[in-house]
Design a protein around this ligand. Structure first.
Ligand code: ADP
Ligand code: TYD
Length: 209
């Protein structure tokens, strides 16, 4: 690590419980005396939240996959500069609901050459990964029904449907196999409390290590 803090991301398909678990993890770490910044993507800084609106509202064909890669990366760059890096430099734990693995999956799986493009742009403009990524694995049907019952206007990606959710799930599992040092898989098909217990154990091992 080049900075004093610890950078943790949560990943998984829509409705897998990331936001719920990110909040519980932040509460747990704060209760143990750590300074925590809880943030999310797309968004997490004023500029990136503006870009979030452009990305998540409107019809599914509003942007091409290429344009989405640029917009998500632009939002991430602003989020890194304004929120994540200052917090890590100050020794805080940053908990981020989605990060670059989401772009690798949601945009990278939409065409043959796109994953390589995502990785190249990430290297050029972002240049760092989380210290730990918690991948909440979940049956797509459950995730989709949870996500659809919850959302208001931000449904551009969820309207892509169950087939895409299944490909995303497999893509995330493959990513965890490729980066076993960074990514820990968590079984999300359990109660909120049981998932939280697994996450807490994984994070404490990382923070103590
Ligand atoms: P995500 O951020 O991954 O889309 P959320 O944390 O917003 O997922 O959860 C989606 C919905 O499912 C919410 O209504 C939440 O209360 C519910 N939920 C989250 N985790 C569980 C769980 N383990 N069991 C049952 N419902 C859950
Ligand atoms: P989010 O609000 O986390 O949705 P959810 O809580 O349902 O998981 O993210 C909004 C959507 O943005 C989600 O469907 C995934 C998508 N997304 C991408 O397509 N690429 C990205 O790089 C990121 C960060 C999110």
């Amino acid at each position: 690590m080049t900075t004093a803090g610890c950078f943790i991301s949560l990943e998984g398909i829509d409705g897998s419980g990331k936001s719920t678990q990110a909040r519980l993890l932040a509460e747990h770490l704060r209760a143990t005396g750590r300074q925590v910044v809880l943030t999310r993507e797309p968004g997490g800084s004023p500029g990136a939240e503006e870009i979030r609106k452009l990305l998540l509202e409107g019809t599914t064909d509003r942007w091409s996959a290429h344009t989405e890669i640029l917009l998500f990366t632009a939002a991430r760059r602003d989020h890194m500069e304004r929120t994540i890096e200052p917090a890590l430099d100050a020794g805080k734990v940053v908990i981020c609901d989605r990060f670059a693995d989401s772009t690798r999956m949601y945009q990278g799986l939409r065409g043959d050459d796109l994953r390589a493009l995502v990785d190249r742009l990430h290297e050029l403009m972002i240049g760092r990964e989380p210290d730990l990524t918690l991948l909440i694995d979940m049956v797509p049907e459950t995730g989709l029904s949870r996500a659809l019952s919850r959302n208001g206007g931000e449904e551009r990606f969820e309207t892509f449907g169950a087939d895409l959710q299944q490909r995303m799930r497999q893509g995330f599992v493959d990513l965890a196999t490729t980066f076993p040092e960074r990514i820990t898989m968590i079984d999300g098909n359990r109660s909120v409390a049981d998932v939280a217990t697994s996450i807490t154990a994984t994070v404490e091992a990382q923070l103590d290590g």
